[in-house]
Design a protein around this ligand. Structure first.
Ligand SMILES: Cc1ncc(C[n+]2csc(CCOP(=O)(O)OP(=O)(O)O)c2C)c(N)n1
Length: 655
């Protein structure tokens, strides 16, 4: 394995091919313990090597879309010794990170940003008159994202020197969907591809380095065929699809955007990739190179199950098997969401479900399987998805939009302008609200209470367990306003889920444990969502130490239950709010605002995430302990407030 990118440049093609083999082994074995984005990285081994052979980072800039496929780049840029720490506490981040390496020119984690960022770099380069190469690497699914098109629309009149690499493996996380994926397939399978090869030849003839270019053109022509057989795509002869879409698979889409199209190229043919990139370097036109790769290349298990191996937890490197779920493990929140969707859709004709390219991650796959006619996958297009749902709602449907909390940020204006302003009854199920520990700050969903609470018409809730999630979803189908339900990643609490979800009262909190009036210091713990379990545990410890503790499940962050908060606010000596969310503008802030209006003077201790981006770590618990969202810190904070020094725990986040 190489020490750095300068080493890659010295290797011959056979040595580079050997390196590709070593890298694949390291990916397969190195990720087995902690998991990660194995499939996408196995697909870009040759591409990453070729990029480092031809270009020179950090001077030249690679901008990776999503950047989940950046592991090979990390291995090649001096991070091989830390590779097995990836996505673990204090280890390498699973995405490109500017603070981690000078070779990571732009951070990402959300899809669709590479072309815009790269174009910005190219514009800056042109302005300062330097000669860096800027290369944007984006997947076929990233191309379903609107921002990618906004950027392409701008390329030709912004710069003459711009290289885009479309890494086409036909997969998003699940199978890629929509017209763009159909279009790309036509580009690949069009029976006229030889004609395209001719066009390419004529095209390259026009360049000053014609000799080299022509040689490459012929290589590429061979490559077309290699690509076709190599990735096993079946040619289609039909020019009109069964759904009525026409087109002959010409590269007109890119060409009309002012980008020369080159491809399709076999993305596992190292010499061909190297030559093509060398050629791209000489181009004085924006160029997009369409390469075909296989997600999971070189690993049987990943090739067989591309969706599972897109990103996964620990697995057996020899077999690709993942550990069976232990009997008695609570269901995943996402599965309860999906199964509830099916229940609701069966009972209510107007309920439909929508995902933005995350059928498994959000659990919407349950609806896809049970009632495909009620299910929509819009691709990686959160903005479109939200407005699409708003449109449906105007026609009497009840769309359930399942999008991760952090990805929903992409559609913020759509939530404001299209849903809330028109007071449309769209139901948002926000998965991964809280931490996505291994992924880190790009994926932590800890801002949604703040970013939603300020909009009129919003009803926002957070279930304390999976049964309450089902009840909230059912309740949402009866509310004529935009509703938002936030719940965390992973396993739920393990409480039984009723066969039929029940209605809950909007804006009503639940008092789970009232004051005993036993003369102890009165502490009211308001535990929201998953922090409710922590509040209950902290309460038990405090009661054992002589405190008189009430525990309340607030359920709603908007509207919050003014009566219950006021009652406990006045009765208690101390109020503690616990939320899996940033403190700024969150649930605790809502309580403080209410107390200010009600002139409730009781001190409120707020437990939640501080005003900083939270790093990644091996487990959520590590981060919760570090930042004080823990039972021990809750108990310690209460005791410290009352001057009780019996707690051994060091306070996190000040007294
Ligand atoms: C805004 C946003 N929505 C959803 C996701 C989740 N996501 C991560 S990777 C991915 C699929 C990317 O597919 P593609 O661009 O084709 O790259 P590949 O994984 O196939 O290499 C999705 C949907 C995301 N990262 N960002």
């Amino acid at each position: 394995m190489v020490d750095g990118p300068e080493h890659v440049k010295k290797l011959t093609v056979p040595q580079l091919q050997e390196l590709a083999g070593e890298i694949r082994t390291e990916l397969i074995e190195g990720l087995a313990k902690g998991g990660g984005h194995l499939g996408p990285n196995l697909g870009v081994v040759e591409l990453s090597i070729a990029l480092h052979k031809v270009f020179t980072t950090p001077k030249d800039k690679f901008v990776w879309d999503v950047s989940h496929q950046v592991y090979v780049h990390k291995l090649l840029t001096g991070r091989k010794n830390r590779f097995r720490t990836i996505r673990q506490t204090d280890g390498l981040n699973g995405f490109a990170l500017r603070t981690e390496s000078e070779h990571d020119s732009f951070g990402a984690g959300h899809a669709g940003t590479a072309l815009s960022a790269a174009l910005g770099m190219a514009a800056a380069r042109d302005k300062r008159g330097t000669d860096e190469n800027v290369v944007a690497i984006f997947g076929d699914a990233a191309l379903t994202n609107g921002i990618s098109f906004e950027a392409m629309n701008n390329v030709a009149h912004t710069t003459k020197k711009f290289i885009g690499i479309l890494n086409d493996n036909e997969w998003s996380i699940a199978k890629n969907v929509g017209a763009i994926s159909g279009y790309l397939n036509k580009l690949i399978t069009n029976p006229r591809y030889n004609q395209l090869a001719k066009d390419f030849e004529n095209f390259v003839r026009r360049f000053p380095k014609g000799e080299l270019a022509l040689k490459l053109a012929h290589r590429a022509e061979g490559g077309f065929k290699g690509a076709l057989t190599g990735v096993g795509l079946k040619p289609t002869t039909s020019l009109v699809e069964s759904d009525g879409r026409g087109g002959q698979g010409s590269p007109v889409l890119f060409e009309e955007m002012g980008m020369r199209y080159l491809g399709p190229i076999d993305g596992h043919d190292l010499p061909l990739l190297i030559s093509t990139l060398e050629f791209a370097k000489t181009c004085d036109h924006p160029i997009v190179i369409h390469i075909l790769t296989q997600k999971g290349k070189g690993y049987e298990a990943a090739l067989k199950q591309p969706e599972k191996f897109h990103g996964l937890g620990p697995y057996n490197a020899a077999t690709g098997e993942t550990p069976a779920t232990k009997p008695g493990t609570p269901p995943m929140y996402q599965d309860v969401m999906g199964q509830t969707c099916v229940k609701l859709a069966k009972k209510n004709q107007s309920v439909v479900g929508l995902t933005a390219a995350m059928p498994s991650g959000t659990g919407m796959k349950h609806l896809e399987k049970a009632m495909p006619e009620r299910y929509y996958d819009v691709g990686i297009a959160e903005e479109h998805g939200v407005i699409f749902a708003a449109g449906m709602a105007t026609m009497g449907l009840r769309p359930i939009v399942a999008i991760y909390s952090s990805f929903l940020q992409r559609a913020y204006d759509c939530i404001h302008h299209d849903v809330c302003l028109q007071d449309l009854p769209v139901i948002f199920c926000m998965d991964r609200a809280g931490l996505s520990a291994n992924d880190g700050p790009t994926h932590h969903g800890i801002f949604d209470i703040s970013y939603l609470r300020c909009f009129p018409n919003v009803i926002a809730m957070a279930p304390a367990n999976e049964d309450e999630l089902a009840d909230m979803m059912f309740t949402a189908t009866t509310i004529n306003h935009p509703t938002f339900i936030r719940y965390p990643r992973g396993a739920a609490e393990g409480v039984p889920v009723k066969d039929e979800p029940a209605l809950i009262e909007v804006g009503k909190a639940v008092v789970q444990q009232n004051f005993a009036n036993n003369g102890g210091r009165k502490v009211a713990l308001f535990g929201l969502g998953p922090m409710n379990a922590i509040a209950k545990k902290a309460a038990a410890q405090l009661v054992a130490d002589g405190y008189d503790v009430a525990v309340i499940n607030p359920r709603f962050t908007k509207p919050i239950d003014a009566a219950v908060h006021e009652q406990f606010g006045r009765e208690a000596d101390l109020v503690v709010t616990l939320e899996d969310h940033v403190l700024i503008g969150g649930y605790g802030s809502a309580v403080l605002e209410l107390f200010s209006e009600q002139a409730v003077k009781t001190t409120v201790v707020r437990i939640g995430w501080p005003d900083q981006f939270i790093e990644h770590a091996t487990t959520q618990d590590e981060l919760r302990n570090k930042y004080g969202l823990s039972v021990a810190n809750t108990v310690a904070k209460v005791k410290s407030y009352f001057g009780d020094t019996t707690s051994a725990t060091k306070l996190v986040g000040g007294a």
